[in-house]
Ligand binder design. Structure first.
Ligand SMILES: [Zn+2]
Length: 220
């Protein structure tokens, strides 16, 4: 059924680059070669200083230039267009899959960084939740969307310094355990890693034996 639906869709909407609409170089490619080459991929996808207790932190691109633009358009679609901007979403999903490919080992469970229910109501969707679906598929690991929840609404981390960020997310998360094994924690963008570190602490307290972080982008 899915294959048939896809064929029908392709008949109606021939494959096009999610960035510029040009014909891609391969039918299943998300981007044409030119758009792909403009993504600021990280020379070092693995963060040399992961935000402990996160053991390994990987990302596909640096949060700048076209990557910043796509991620912004994915996270903040124009009002009423949530879920109707397939281009930016396809690109950020691609970045999440790429980041997952940089994990040195797999994971037993994939957990998205939660957003507060209030944000879900405002935004209409959960960016990290969507990316976690991609990461779970890439790692062939089960997705546990509800393993973490945000128990305290926090202000945006944008514009805050390192210490303020850590303070802002302290005690903001709770785990629905018990958990076990290696967890891949997924978010769209990481800056200082304060959110990842706080989530990792909660996951480990709930029984996870190690936490790796997978983000589409890292702000250098
Ligand atoms: Zn293109």
């Amino acid at each position: 059924m899915r294959g048939l639906l896809r064929e029908l869709l392709e008949l109606l909407l021939p494959p096009a680059c999610a960035g510029c609409g040009a014909a891609p170089d391969a039918d299943d490619a998300v981007l044409c070669r030119a758009c792909d080459a403009r993504l600021p991929r990280l020379a070092e996808p693995r963060d040399p200083r992961p935000p402990l207790p996160v053991l390994v932190s990987v990302a596909a691109v640096s949060f700048e230039a076209t990557a910043e633009d796509w991620i912004h358009r994915f996270k903040y679609p124009p009002p009423g267009l949530a879920g109707l901007a397939p281009g930016p979403e396809a690109i950020v999903r691609l970045l999440a899959r790429e980041a997952a490919g940089h994990l040195p080992e797999g994971a037993d469970l994939v957990v998205p960084v939660p957003q507060h229910p209030k944000r879900l109501t405002q935004r209409g969707f959960w960016p990290a939740g969507k990316l976690a679906t991609e990461v779970a598929r890439a790692l062939d690991a089960p997705l546990a969307r509800g393993a973490l929840r945000r128990v305290r609404d926090t202000r945006s981390q944008t514009g805050l310094g390192r210490r303020e960020r850590a303070h802002n997310v302290a005690r903001a998360f709770a785990a629905r355990g018990p958990l076990a094994g290696r967890v891949a924690l997924v978010d769209d963008v990481t800056t200082t890693g304060a959110t990842l570190a706080e989530c990792a602490r909660v996951l480990i307290r709930a029984g996870a034996c190690q936490v790796a972080a997978v983000c589409a982008a890292r702000r250098l």
